[in-house]
Write a protein that binds this ligand. Structure first.
Ligand SMILES: [Zn+2]
Length: 279
C-alpha cells in the first residue's frame, strides 16, 4: 500500500508530479461530496466536443451551472468550426490532489511554481477547467459565462455561475471519509484543512480506502456459511451452520497450511481470495 506521503516523496525524487496517482482516493472523495451535498459535482465527459485524449485519470466534473455553460460553449464552437474539439488538461481537483501540489510547491518550488493551499483553488469548487487549445476556445468561453485567468496561467478558465464556494465541502468529504474507515482514530469534520487533516491525508492509501475484512472464531453470519461451504467443497469439511466455531477454525488452519498461507485460523482477505470468495 502506497501512502500519499510516499507518493509525494517519489514524485519529488523523480521530478514528475502526477496528481492522477491518487485517482482511487479522489474517486472516493468525489463520491462522498455527492453524498454530503446531492449531485453537487456532475460528470461532463459525455458533452459533445470534449476530448480528454484518453487521460482517464482526469476528474471531468463541474457544478451544474458551469456544465450547462460549457455545453453552450461547445455547441457554438462546433457550429462554427465542425472539426474543433476541446482538449481538457485539468478539471476537478480533489483536496488530495491539491495537497500533493501544495506540498510539492512548498518543498520544491522549481517543480510547482505556484499552488493554492488545499481548499482554496477554484478547481476544487468544480468551477474551473484548463484547456490546452485555449486560443481556439477562448472567444466561445468568454461568450458563455467563463472568465480567463490571463496570460500568467493561460489555460485556466473559471466560471462563477455555480453555487457557492464548495471547496470546504471537499475537505469535509475527506474528513468524513477518513472517519468512516478509521473509526478508532477520528478527526473533527469542520471543513478546515489544518495540520491535523494534512497529517491524516499523508497517511491515506493513494488507491483509496478498503474495509478490512477479517472473520474469526465467534463470528456468525452468511459469510461464515459461505466460508464453511467452500472449505467443505474443497476437502476441508466443517459443519455448515454460519457459526465460526472451533471445528471451522481447525478446518481453516488445515486449509491455510495446505495452501502455504499464514496458518492463524483467521479468514482475512488472502484466505478469502484463495477460497474463491468475493464479498
Ligand atoms: Zn487551472
Amino acid at each position: 500500500m502506497t501512502t500519499v506521503k510516499e507518493a509525494i516523496e517519489k514524485m519529488i525524487q523523480s521530478r514528475n508530479v502526477d496528481t492522477g496517482r491518487v485517482s482511487g482516493l479522489s474517486r472516493q472523495i468525489i463520491a462522498q461530496m455527492n453524498t454530503l451535498q446531492t449531485s453537487i459535482l456532475i460528470n461532463f465527459e459525455n458533452l459533445p466536443g470534449i476530448s480528454s485524449s484518453g487521460e482517464s485519470q482526469l476528474n471531468l466534473y463541474l457544478q451544474a451551472g458551469a456544465k450547462e455553460d460549457l455545453r453552450a460553449v461547445l455547441r457554438e464552437g462546433i457550429a462554427k468550426q465542425p472539426s474543433l474539439r476541446m482538449t481538457i488538461n485539468s478539471a476537478y481537483r480533489t483536496v488530495a490532489q491539491q495537497h500533493i501540489l501544495y506540498q510539492t510547491y512548498r518543498r520544491e518550488p522549481k517543480l510547482i511554481p505556484l499552488a493554492a493551499k488545499p481548499g482554496n483553488s477554484n478547481h476544487e469548487d468544480g468551477l474551473a477547467i484548463d484547456v490546452s487549445n485555449y486560443n481556439a476556445w477562448k472567444p466561445y468561453l468568454l461568450a458563455h459565462g467563463w472568465q480567463w485567468q490571463g496570460s500568467r496561467d493561460p489555460v485556466h478558465f473559471f466560471n462563477n455561475s455555480g453555487r457557492d464556494d464548495v471547496s470546504n465541502l471537499g475537505v469535509k468529504a475527506f474528513q468524513s471519509l477518513w472517519n468512516k474507515y478509521n473509526p478508532t482514530d477520528k478527526m473533527t469534520v469542520d471543513g478546515n484543512f489544518g495540520e491535523q487533516t494534512a497529517a491524516k491525508m499523508d497517511r491515506c492509501p493513494i488507491a483509496g480506502f478498503a474495509l478490512v475484512t477479517l472473520f474469526q472464531l465467534g463470528d456468525t453470519g452468511s459469510v461464515i456459511t459461505r466460508i464453511q461451504q467452500s472449505l467443505t467443497n474443497i476437502g476441508f469439511p466443517t459443519p455448515v451452520n454460519g457459526v465460526f466455531d472451533q471445528k471451522t477454525q481447525a478446518a481453516v488452519i488445515k486449509f491455510q497450511i495446505n495452501k502455504g498461507l499464514t496458518a492463524d485460523g483467521d479468514v482475512g482477505s488472502m484466505t478469502l481470495k484463495t477460497l474463491g470468495i468475493r464479498l
